[in-house]
Ligand binder design. Sequence first.
Ligand SMILES: *[C@@H]1O[C@H](CO)[C@@H](O)[C@H](O)[C@H]1NC(C)=O
Ligand SMILES: *[C@@H]1O[C@H](CO)[C@@H](O)[C@H](O)[C@H]1NC(C)=O
Ligand SMILES: *[C@@H]1O[C@H](CO)[C@@H](O)[C@H](O)[C@H]1NC(C)=O
Ligand SMILES: *[C@@H]1O[C@H](CO)[C@@H](O)[C@H](O)[C@H]1NC(C)=O
Length: 428
Amino acid sequence: MIFRTTLCAAAALLAAAATFPKGAVGNESGCVSSFDPSTDYFPDKAQVKYGAGFDISYNGNAKYITNKVSGENYVLYQCGTPIPNGVQPTPANSLQVGNWTKVAAVPGTKIVLSSAPASAIIEALGLQDAVAASYKFLSVTSPCMQKLLDSLPRIEQTYATPSNRRRGIGSASRKNTLVRRVSYDLGNQGLQWTFTTYGMSDPRSFAVNPEDATDMLGKAEWIKFVAAFFNKEAEANKLFADIESRYNSLKKSDSVKKTVGIARYNKAANGTILGWTTVPAQPWLAQGLSDAGYNTHTKDMISYTNIDDFNKAVSGWDVLIDTSMEPLPHGGAKVPEWQDLTNGYKLGSTGAKSLSFLAQNAIYRSDLISSTQNATDADEHLQVQPDVLLDDLIKVASAASGAKDAHWYRNLPLQMSIDWTSPAECTN
Ligand SMILES: *[C@@H]1O[C@H](CO)[C@@H](O)[C@H](O)[C@H]1NC(C)=O
Ligand SMILES: *[C@@H]1O[C@H](CO)[C@@H](O)[C@H](O)[C@H]1NC(C)=O
Ligand SMILES: *[C@@H]1O[C@H](CO)[C@@H](O)[C@H](O)[C@H]1NC(C)=O
Ligand SMILES: *[C@@H]1O[C@H](CO)[C@@H](O)[C@H](O)[C@H]1NC(C)=O
């Protein structure tokens, strides 16, 4: 017993030296044992510089985050200190639609993952030890994260009535969708909160939304967001600065005079092709393509039921980014292969002969790294590594007859095979 206490005390002293400002003492969980209202508990601060979709500010023992994507307010306070005066968490049974105020003591030490980009960020910050469980349907591509999550409990969601509306400033379809009130069942094992993908009527869930950033570097700023839940702002600022500097040194100032567009074929589960849709690039991708030197086809979403009309619409494209999915007969979908695209876009027909992207072998999908559970790394690491993404877009733009050296973009005409990841590939 005495030995154990001594060890704890030593660990606490070490933690205090490493993490806490002068005068504050931390225990094993990173909690301070006495509160001094005049202390700045977070000397390392994060700041948002780009169109990330969240804001963060600091005051004494608390961090105030507004997630503009999920429409929520998060108050994080130093564990061992009181919740700041005037902060009222939205009660768990509230029927309020959006604008929830959610409160948590930080740093996180036993958190739950239900967000692929949060998983990528936690890995980048070396915070794997703080992950204690994951949502049962979360799939990730990182082999070591797959291995870690396989060794931890999987948790369920619980549903309640009445229904509530999802709220966000994202696409119109995400906004005001009627969804059932849903929360994560954190049980009684001391799990603290869940990182999720959208705002929920769950006081212990925090949404991580790099996919809704409006610019490329804003995506990487979500590293700072996640880091704030672990008091790892200093590490996040360093990671971000490196990404920012690599991004800016890769950025092209001259145009490659190529046009890129995004499209998909729409297929019914019985195999019938229902039509074709040209899809506008999300703002961050439009910026990334522009920084790679492209002209981007940025028209509204337009659907075609006649292949000749579709071919006419895409006739000026040098590069096609495909977002089709192959429906499976009994529900769900899988990623298409070259044969599927050939059928889906009728690429063997005479009308396709004049398509520039076909002549240049320039049809890509961002699913080169995928897990056998059908997670793709486009939802995970791509979301927070805009420097690597820009490098990919430049490789794709500069290839004369199809690029095979991108990190995430799979060349379909050259029949590149998917890198299917599994936990067995984790070697540490
Ligand atoms: C650390 O301190 C907090 C707040 O004072 C307390 O709730 C927690 O149980 C402590 N944890 C450990 C491991 O001592
Ligand atoms: C959100 O809630 C805060 C208080 O928690 C309030 O001051 C603010 O006006 C609300 N905003 C909206 C858009 O409802
Ligand atoms: C296949 O499904 C589509 C859409 O559900 C439907 O319009 C079409 O008639 C079906 N075709 C056949 C051959 O069953
Ligand atoms: C994943 O995709 C494969 C085909 O690529 C499919 O057979 C399988 O059912 C899918 N798995 C899941 C979990 O959806």
